[in-house]
Ligand binder design. Structure first.
Ligand SMILES: [Fe+2]
Length: 213
């Protein structure tokens, strides 16, 4: 059977250099309503600090209505992600019809100097959507004392190479990554480094999909 490869007009898909990570450029229009709904009410959201790894003061569970909106947006890209092979590689689940359920979703308001240590998620498939990133890598580079390999503000995956040694793969998540999303295996180690050059929030949504059986 021919696979469905179409996606919404205005949404571009492109591959990241790590095979298991799919990057989706959602663009500002698709996220506008979600972002304004979050910005309107976030201070009334339930804190999620006790379930998350981040050294970030403002981490909140998304309320059910916004969680549904996020699910509608993200779940349409799971079939595209499946093309990357990760899900079909999970043979130990047997020959089943894949059905996913968004288990949890949260929003982080990361401030200057805060960070997210190396961690993994629960579930099968995770995502991050960057709603706002208030700094550029040029500015962060100016601030860094180690300019050859500046990771300020970066999102970094930690993976093994073919010899079993660990290596780091960062996404330079600065302003140019606003309105982009990544889908990745939930157990893939990653972290977020602090930024130094803005007093505004770095705002991201993240969540985990589990198998709905
Ligand atoms: Fe994470």
């Amino acid at each position: 059977m021919e696979r469905e490869t179409k996606h919404e007009v205005g949404v571009r898909l492109f591959d990241f250099e790590i095979d298991d990570v799919l990057v989706v450029d959602l663009g500002p229009d698709i996220l506008q309503k979600l972002k304004s709904n979050i910005m309107k009410d976030w201070q009334s959201f339930k804190p999620a600090n006790n379930t998350l790894a981040g050294q970030i003061k403002d981490e909140y569970a998304l309320p059910d209505d916004l969680k549904k909106d996020v699910d509608r947006l993200v779940s349409q890209f799971i079939p595209h992600y499946d093309l990357e092979g990760y899900l079909s590689d999970l043979k130990y689940f047997g020959d089943v019809f894949w059905k996913f359920k968004l288990d949890n979703a949260w929003v982080n308001f990361q401030k200057k100097h805060e960070y997210n240590p190396v961690h993994r998620h629960t579930g099968i498939l995770s995502f991050v959507i960057w709603l706002q990133i208030p700094y550029t890598m040029e500015d962060e580079l100016q601030h860094s004392s180690y300019k050859d390999d500046c990771v300020n503000g970066c999102f970094q995956f930690i993976t093994a190479n073919t010899r079993g040694n660990f290596r780091t793969n960062q996404i330079t998540t600065d302003k140019s990554w606003e309105n982009k999303m990544i889908l990745f295996p939930a157990d893939m180690l990653h972290c977020v480094y602090p930024f130094y050059t803005s007093d505004d929030y770095r705002i991201s949504i993240s969540g985990n999909y589990v198998l709905d059986q």
